[in-house]
Design a protein around this ligand. Structure first.
Ligand code: BGC
Length: 245
C-alpha cells in the first residue's frame, strides 16, 4: 500500500510516499525547514505544503516529537508548548495518523532494518535534538516510553547526551561517546535488552562514536534506515494496524 509519511523534527519536516510492504520510498523525499516558532498552525502549513507537493489525497502518517495518546499530543519538550492538547486529526485531517517520532522510527527499524526478526526486549534510542526511545517486546511496540527524560547525574539524559548537546557544547566524539555509553549502560541495567539500536540524525556518523561504546554482552548497533526511518514508520502506522509489528 502507498502512504505519505511525514516526519516532524526539531530542524526539518521531511516527507515522502512509501510502499509500506517493502519499506521503500516511492518518490524522492522532500524536506522543508521546521517553522520558528514551531506552533501547530505553522507546522500544519508546512505539512500541507508537503501534501501539495506530492498531490496527495490518501492516508497520511505523521510523526511528532512528544507523547501521542489516542491521536492527541500530550507533551512537547522540544517544540512549542501550544501543541499540548492538540488533536492530530484536527490539524492534519481525518485520513491522518499521528504517533511519536521515535516509535515510528523504531517500528520501521524493527520491520525493515537493524531490529528485523529480533525477539525479546529490543530498545531503539534516537539521538537528535532530544533523545527518543522505542521499546519492543517480541517485536511489539510499547508506545511513548520517553526514556530520554531519565535522569543521569541529576540531569535529564537528553540534556547531557543528545546530538544537540554534542554540537552546542562542542564535545569531541570520544567525550560525547562517554556520555552516551553511561546513558546506554543505565538503560541496559534497567531493561536488560537483547539489542540496542542507535538511530536519529547522528546514526549516519556511527563510525565516529560507536567504536568508543562498550556495553559488555549487550550488542549496540546503528540504525540502518537513517533519515528515512521516521517517514517509513509513519506511513506504516497510517497503513493500519496490520503494518505495525
Ligand atoms: C520527546 C520525545 C521524542 C524525543 C525525540 C523528546 O524530548 O519528549 O517524545 O521522541 O525528544 O524527538
Amino acid at each position: 500500500m502507498e502512504v505519505l509519511g511525514i516526519d516532524i523534527g526539531g530542524s526539518g519536516i521531511k516527507g515522502a510516499t512509501v510502499d509500506t510492504l517493502t519499506g521503500t520510498l516511492t518518490r524522492e523525499r522532500l524536506r522543508v525547514p521546521t517553522p520558528r516558532p514551531s506552533s501547530p498552525g505553522a507546522v500544519a502549513a508546512a505539512v500541507q505544503a508537503i501534501v501539495d507537493h506530492f498531490s496527495w489525497t490518501g492516508p497520511i502518517g505523521v510523526t511528532f516529537p512528544g507523547v501521542v495518546l489516542d491521536g492527541v499530543i500530550r507533551t512537547a519538550a522540544n517544540v512549542d508548548r501550544s501543541w499540548i492538547g492538540v488533536k492530530g486529526a484536527d490539524l492534519f485531517g481525518d485520513q491522518s495518523v499521528v504517533l511519536n517520532d521515535a516509535d515510528a522510527a523504531g517500528v520501521a527499524e524493527m520491520t525493515f532494518g537493524a531490529g528485523r526478526g529480533r525477539p525479546g526486549v529490543v530498545l531503539m534510542l534516537t539521538f537528535g535534538t532530544g533523545i527518543g526511545s522505542a521499546l519492543f517486546v517480541d517485536g511489539r511496540l510499547v508506545p511513548n516510553t520517553e526514556f530520554g527524560h531519565i535522569e543521569i547525574r541529576g540531569k535529564e539524559a537528553e540534556h547531557r547526551a543528545s546530538d544537540r548537546v554534542r554540537e552546542e557544547e562542542d564535545l569531541d566524539w570520544d567525550k560525547w561517546a562517554e556520555r552516551v555509553e553511561e546513558y546506554l549502560a543505565h538503560m541496559r541495567d534497567l531493561l536488560s535488552p537483547t539489542l540496542i539500536v542507535v538511530g536519529g540524525g547522528v546514526s549516519k556518523k556511527a563510525e565516529k562514536f560507536l567504536p568508543h561504546i562498550h556495553l559488555g554482552d549487550t550488542p549496540v548497533v546503528p540504525a540502518v534506515l537513517l533519515n528515512e526511518a521516521g517517514i517509513i514508520g509513519a506511513a506504516m502506522a497510517a497503513a493500519g494496524p496490520a503494518r505495525l509489528p
